[in-house]
Design a protein around this ligand. Structure first.
Ligand code: NAP
Length: 514
């Protein structure tokens, strides 16, 4: 991969002039991978999406749009090796590629499959007929695609999945999208985007690619438009508070910081199968994607009695994790997305150290040779002995291979600690005791968007703490942003308007077939 890629935005079904801007470097050796283009003109994109993309998509039925998603997934599958090669340069290993690239394509396939159960019409019924009078008059909710544009602002950690998990429900709903990837790793998103355009499966204006700054895009959005944002809480807060977003009630959904917890059941001993399962999961979550997963376990909670044994078991496994060039088969953990991201992780570990001690790792790694320029960071376990009085460990997300081990007293204590994240995307419970599981779930569910319960009987089939699945909601309350992406039809809701129709039953029958 020696040629520098000149990246281009895609507006109004035309590739704009490429390259010439900021250089994007490889996360593993600092070499130049791509150059960004000059700033794109968002007004042209918005106009084209509303005038051309929306009508073209809305002319299709839900089922036709499902077939379109399937064609996109097939096109990406056929060329995924190209994406793998670029993905290595973002620091991702082969295993990480499966998560980002195959996971993204899989999301399209699942939505294509879900579409088969949707009507072959342009509006959907939402729920059943409501009896609102004793005579010839009834109620029915319907869902129809908004007539505006969906703006997707993505984070750097999943260049492919991040784009596709937002596009699948949006396009199935019948709404055109402007994809704005994070600048770090934008070359990988752009490559996947180009494959979709090359496939010819999309109608004109269905998707456009905006590389670099969004300029005054947010100021031009209206009440039929939406923003789906993934990134830091700070940026989300700024965009949500944009006066135009507020004045025009622009739909805004956010996936942001999350201090996800995993709890080992109080009944578990060193001999229990759940002990090993928990340790393996914690280590996988620290090392997969070098910990750059919004759903990664940041807080590892165990009974006081198991604090020492769990610490030893995690450290033993982490010490065997091969960190290195992600292109090597033997590498288990690659690099962070770039040196600025590595600096952020180091800064946040320093903040956590005020309340927790570093048990292993805690620093950048110089792997020597060309890898010496890479953004490598040691797998890191911290330990906080007094989590009830601590603040930082529940609030500071070190977005890298970093997690903090902490003890709880009883079940009430475990519930209180898990909820100290003030809203998280994902939680997991490793326990074979149904009473403990029930207490933990009932005490924590309203603070968590997804809860995975694993024991000796389900472990072999379990999907993993960090895996956001297209079938299930991805999003959490409070600090996590309050968003709800994916989850099958739920994921389409930000792009559909629900309207309550009141009419004679015969008229409602007619309208149901629109
Ligand atoms: P960020 O700075 O907030 O950037 C996220 C996205 O917003 C990028 O595409 C960025 O573009 C764009 N952006 C930044 N400022 C903007 C503005 N004023 N107007 C419009 N767009 C703007 O976040 P980050 O630091 O790169 O991402 C890491 C964070 O994301 C982590 O802290 C993690 O918690 C969070 N995250 C959350 C999830 C989730 O699902 N909850 C998933 C992944 C990451 P540029 O790159 O061009 O600046």
């Amino acid at each position: 991969m020696s040629d520098v890629i000149a990246l281009a935005s895609y507006a109004a079904d035309v590739w704009l002039p490429a390259g010439g801007g900021t250089e994007l470097v490889s996360a593993i050796d600092g070499s130049i991978v791509a150059t960004m283009p000059a700033e794109a003109e968002p007004t042209v994109m918005l106009d084209y999406a509303r005038r051309v993309g929306g009508p073209a998509l809305r002319a299709m039925t839900f089922q036709q749009r499902g077939k379109m998603l399937r064609a996109l997934a097939d096109a990406l599958s056929a060329r995924k090796d190209e994406l793998y090669q670029l993905s290595f340069l973002t620091g991702a290993t082969r295993g990480d590629n499966a998560f980002d690239i195959d996971g993204g394509i899989g999301t399209l396939f699942v939505y294509a499959s879900k579409a088969k159960a949707l009507p072959d019409t342009h509006v959907m019924l939402d729920g059943g007929r409501e009896a609102i009078s004793k005579g010839n008059f009834a109620g029915q909710h319907i869902l129809a695609p908004l007539s505006g544009v969906a703006v997707h602002i993505n984070a750097y950690n999943f260049p492919v999945w991040g784009m596709l998990e937002k596009l699948a429900p949006t396009l199935l709903a019948g709404v055109p999208a402007i994809v704005k990837p994070a600048t770090t790793g934008a070359y990988l998103t752009a490559a996947a985007f180009r494959i979709m355009i090359d496939s010819g499966a999309l109608p004109p204006g269905a998707v456009q690619l905006l590389l670099g700054s969004t300029g005054d895009l947010i100021n031009q959005l209206g009440g039929q438009d939406s923003v789906a944002f993934t990134g830091s809480a700070a940026t989300a807060a700024k965009l949500k508070a944009n006066p135009n977003v507020i004045a025009n009630t622009v739909r805004f959904t956010a996936e942001q910081d999350s201090l996800n917890a995993s709890v080992l059941g109080p009944e578990v001993s060193i001999e229990s199968p759940e002990f090993d399962l928990f340790v393996k999961e914690a280590v996988r979550e620290i090392t997969q994607k070098a910990g750059q997963k919004c759903t990664a376990i940041r807080r590892i909670m165990v009974s006081q009695a198991l604090l020492e044994p769990v610490q030893q078991a995690i450290v033993a496994r982490l010490s065997k994790t091969a960190v290195g060039d992600p292109r090597e088969e033997t590498t288990r953990m690659g690099a962070l997305a770039g040196l600025p991201q590595r600096d952020d992780v180091a800064d946040n570990v320093a903040r956590l150290r005020g309340e927790a001690e570093v048990v292993t790792g805690g620093e950048a790694l110089d792997l020597g040779g060309s890898l010496g320029q890479g953004a490598f960071f040691a797998p890191t376990l911290l330990r906080c002995d007094n989590p009830a009085t601590a603040e930082m460990v529940h609030a500071v997300e070190a977005f890298g291979p970093v997690s903090t081990l902490m003890p709880y007293g009883d079940l009430d204590d475990a519930v209180a600690l898990a909820n100290r994240g003030l809203g998280s995307l994902a939680m997991s419970i490793f326990s074979h005791d149904p009473v403990a599981v029930a207490a933990l779930v009932s005490g924590t569910s309203v603070f968590h968007g997804r809860i995975m319960v694993v024991d000796r009987d389900s472990a072999a089939d379990a999907t993993g703490h960090g895996a956001a699945l297209p079938h299930l909601q991805h999003g959490g309350p409070g600090r996590a942003g309050g968003g709800a992406e994916l989850g099958g039809v739920i994921g389409m809701m930000p792009y559909l308007q629900r309207t309550a129709l009141q009419a004679a039953p015969a008229t409602l029958d007619l309208l149901a077939g629109l």
